[in-house]
Design a binder for this molecule. Structure first.
Ligand code: PBG
Length: 334
């Protein structure tokens, strides 16, 4: 391994003695430009409702969103990702397909208020359907489930509606087979060949999404998401197949989600696809746990957050979606 001899010739503490030397030899960095802030939007005016399970995270109306993006435009963040709570949910999630749907409106507002801030749209149906599942639900041969191929068509429509509204990046999160290819095809046909896809390629059926479902009001009304999201017990083998298919279908960036409990998966995807930018989603449950412990004075929020995000970067994440993006930008500056 090492070219030098053992102790006492080698003393690794020499690299740790001086703070400047520690900084010089540091291998992983955090930068605000690598962080993406999720935002939750709904209709109304003057609304800024804190999510009970996510202190510091709000559902906001479009006027408040405009103020929010203006105030964060100077932080140097990598971007925002928008999630919408529509006024009315229905069986097919039609709000998501409309040019006047909540996310389409939010994209226009955000791009007008802060044109230089990258706006990513999450493309999925769970926030828009009355049943809370990520696509069209029907009964086939006595099995009620999300219809994969029927959902692909409307995923393409949703992506085009978002691109038209100004989305800089489209991020499909529904874990349908073939979703990346279907969305790429729809975008290209509509003339949006330049809009990149960040695929939630490796997304587990995780209990860590609990608080997000409060924030997005998107909990499934029956059953769970285990027929489309991955089994937490499955290892890098299946994750790499998911990632590979998405790359073949045209994914420009990949994502692993959640982050902290899946750093092994993050590392495996990074090693297999070193040239594909990789995102880690530091999900709602990871946020809430730290917030709760910090509120009790049991842990140091800032130190724990910076250490956790560094771990994701160390494991191979190019970028991180995190509810702490604004605070981290401020912490890194100070
Ligand atoms: C689906 C989506 C979910 C999250 C991001 N996109 C929820 C789910 O799959 O149930 C979760 C993010 C988080 O927990 O922070 N549109």
């Amino acid at each position: 391994m090492s070219d030098t001899g053992p102790f006492p010739m080698t003393r690794l503490r020499r690299l740790r003695y001086h703070p400047q030397v520690r900084a010089l030899v540091r291998e992983t960095q955090l930068d605000p430009g690598d962080l993406i802030l999720p935002l939750f939007v709904r209709s109304g005016k003057g609304i800024r409702t804190e999510i009970g399970s996510m202190p510091g995270v709000y559902q906001m109306s479009l006027d408040v969103l405009a103020e929010e993006v203006k105030s964060i435009a100077s932080l140097g963040l990598g971007g925002i990702i928008l999630f919408g709570i529509p006024e009315r949910k229905d069986h097919t999630g039609s709000d998501a397909l409309s040019d006047s749907g909540i996310v389409a409106q939010a994209l226009r507002v955000a791009k007008q208020a802060a044109p230089e801030l990258l706006a990513i749209s999450d493309v999925c149906f769970c926030e828009y359907t009355d049943h809370g599942h990520c696509g069209i639900v029907n009964d086939k041969h006595g099995r009620v489930d999300v219809d994969n191929d029927a959902t692909l068509t409307i995923l393409g429509q949703q992506a085009v509606a978002h691109a038209k509204a100004g989305a800089d990046v489209i991020a499909p999160s529904g874990m349908m087979d073939g979703m990346v290819g279907a969305i790429r095809g729809a975008l290209d046909k509509a003339g949006y060949t330049h809009v990149p896809l960040m695929s939630y390629a490796v997304k587990y059926a995780s209990a860590f999404y609990g608080p997000f479902r409060d924030a997005a009001e998107s909990a499934p009304q029956f059953g769970d998401r285990r027929t489309y999201q991955m089994d937490p017990a499955s290892g890098p083998g299946q994750a790499l197949r998911e990632a590979e298919l998405d790359v073949q279908e045209g994914a420009d960036m990949l994502m692993v989600k959640p982050a902290l409990a899946y750093l092994d998966i993050l590392r495996a995807v990074h090693e297999r696809f070193p040239g594909v930018p990789l995102a880690a989603y530091n999900v709602s449950g990871e946020y809430s746990m730290v917030k709760a412990a910090a509120a009790k004075g049991w842990i140091d929020e800032r130190a724990v957050v910076l250490e956790s995000l560094l771990a994701m970067r160390r494991a191979g994440a190019t970028m991180i979606l995190t509810y702490w993006a604004k605070q981290v930008a401020a912490w890194l500056k100070s």
